[in-house]
Design a protein. Structure first.
Length: 158
């Protein structure tokens, strides 16, 4: 089993229920949710004119390989009602793979660790609860070090 960290986000509908549904659906078969961070309400980062997000990070264990996990995550997003929209726009659910053990993946549709992880307080803040000393396999910086450098985003723990 490998340990991975996933970011969950939503800003449409019943946001708390959307996150609960994602955790429930992820925790089936070959994926086990080990821990979940608190919920964080966060201002939109790239497109400002949209509802605020609820974000959470979960730690999972899985025997799926990274591309299999990616396909599993995308299937769950579709099942929970995610529709294609503009990038960074409003969504019912978004599930991103942040880290997958010490593995790095660079393909056209998947990058692990997540490419914009270090610039996203809405991801680093909840990840800090679960794994402050986790090191980025490329930059070798810890989650705590990356978070200390991101100051410009409003994040409120619920």
């Amino acid at each position: 089993m490998k340990t991975a960290y996933l970011a969950l986000g939503t800003n449409l509908g019943d946001r708390v229920q959307n996150l609960a549904n994602a955790r429930r659906d992820l925790s089936s078969g070959r994926v086990r949710v080990v821990r979940a961070s608190s919920l964080y309400e966060t201002e939109p980062r790239y497109i400002r004119d949209q509802p605020w997000f609820l974000n959470q990070v979960i730690e999972i264990e899985t025997d799926l390989f990274p591309r299999q996990l990616f396909a599993h995550v995308k299937k769950i997003e579709r099942a929970l009602g995610r529709q294609p929209t503009q990038p960074n726009g409003p969504r019912l659910i978004d599930i991103d793979i942040l880290f997958y053990a010490e593995t790095t993946v660079h393909t056209a549709d998947l990058e692990i660790p997540h490419a914009r992880l270090a610039e996203r307080r809405f991801v680093l803040e909840p990840l800090m609860e679960l794994a402050p000393d986790l090191r980025h396999p490329v930059t070798r910086r810890t989650v705590a070090e990356m978070l200390a450098e991101v100051k410009d985003q409003a994040v409120r723990k619920l």
